[in-house]
Design a protein around this ligand. Structure first.
Ligand SMILES: N[C@@H](CCC(=O)N[C@@H](CS)C(=O)NCC(=O)O)C(=O)O
Length: 206
């Protein structure tokens, strides 16, 4: 029997993969490699992922990095009928939202998070945080518009497209991003993050 290994502490982007594994009901071994302790830069870890980043998964000698790619792979491999889209077009939409999240949402969101929470107080720049929040308004409006008349990104059911994008936007609350002007996006995000598997992955952060 193969064992899926998930590398990365839950308060890293590995949260996204721990959430996916929970949605899929997968048995896995969690290896809580902690970036904050420099554990992503040891020769041993760099042999797993030369980029020095978590998450990484390993299964039967197959190794994969990049949170979005990992989740798409796991959902396609194990999400029979549910989490992974059924048609080629829906599959492409899941890729679209995943790439969109990483390029349009993650950079400004991470900047806001860094300047409001992550960096030591003396290094935080409120202006940079405000600029990042301002830069998020346009893509968040796009998301809000995409959710008109549908409860989820691909229609009426939760898929890996929702998981990947909500996994990125999970930083919105700690980063102090106000979603009041985007009620559909706010409701969708709340709904996604309250799923039992998301809550279980969040519990690993404590
Ligand atoms: N694009 C990558 C980014 C991964 C990444 O930057 N992970 C951070 C933790 S959230 C990390 O491992 N940082 C440690 C380091 O760079 O040494 C993904 O989505 O998986």
């Amino acid at each position: 029997m193969s064992t899926l290994k998930i590398y990365g502490v839950a308060r890293s982007r590995a949260f996204r993969t721990l959430w996916a594994a929970g949605e899929l009901g997968l048995a896995y071994e969690h290896v809580p490699v902690d970036f904050a302790k420099g554990e992503t830069r040891t020769p041993r870890f760099l042999a797993l992922n030369p980029s020095g980043h978590v998450p990484v998964i390993e299964e039967d000698g197959f190794r994969l990095s990049e949170s979005m790619a990992i989740n798409l792979y796991l959902a396609k491999r194990y999400g029979s009928g549910g989490l992974y889209p059924q048609s080629l077009e829906e599959e492409a939409r899941a890729w679209q939202w995943s790439f969109w999240g990483m390029t349009e949402i993650e950079p400004p969101l991470l900047s806001a998070l860094r300047h409001r929470v992550v960096l030591p107080e003396e290094k935080r720049d409120p202006k940079a945080a405000a600029e990042a929040e301002a830069a998020l308004q346009a893509p968040l409006k796009v998301l809000d518009g995409a959710l008109a008349g549908r409860s989820h990104l691909l229609g009426d059911r939760f898929t890996v497209a929702d998981l990947n994008l909500a996994g990125i936007l999970a930083w919105a609350r700690p980063a102090g991003i106000d979603l009041a002007a985007m009620p559909r996006a706010a409701a969708w995000l709340k709904n996604c993050l309250e799923r039992p598997a998301a809550r279980a992955a969040r519990a690993l952060q404590r």
